[in-house]
Design a protein around this ligand. Structure first.
Ligand SMILES: [Zn+2]
Length: 87
């Protein structure tokens, strides 16, 4: 079953090479926030899931362009498990 994109219209799609900047709410670090069932989710993780059909799970989704507001799947890749990082 293909998930309908619940975030459609919340970011500006340009080209594959440019950032798709989130136009909705953002958290203090500048990441786009998307509300689903009363829960705040990170928009770039949703964008990654929609584009790849792959659940990031406990792994970080990294924006290779370093733009925290970017939702362009071409700029997103899976990183290390969040639990494995020391902060
Ligand atoms: Zn980008």
């Amino acid at each position: 079953m293909k998930l309908r994109n619940p975030a459609a219209g919340k970011y500006v799609k340009t080209t594959k090479h440019h950032c798709w900047n989130w136009t909705g709410r953002r958290n203090s670090e500048g990441y786009g926030l998307f509300e689903l069932n009363g829960e705040d989710l990170l928009a770039h993780r949703i964008a990654y899931f929609i584009a790849t059909d792959e659940q990031p799970g406990d792994r970080e989704v990294i924006q290779t362009c370093n733009n925290h507001g970017c939702c362009n799947p071409a700029h997103l890749r899976l990183g290390e498990p969040i639990s494995a990082q020391s902060t």
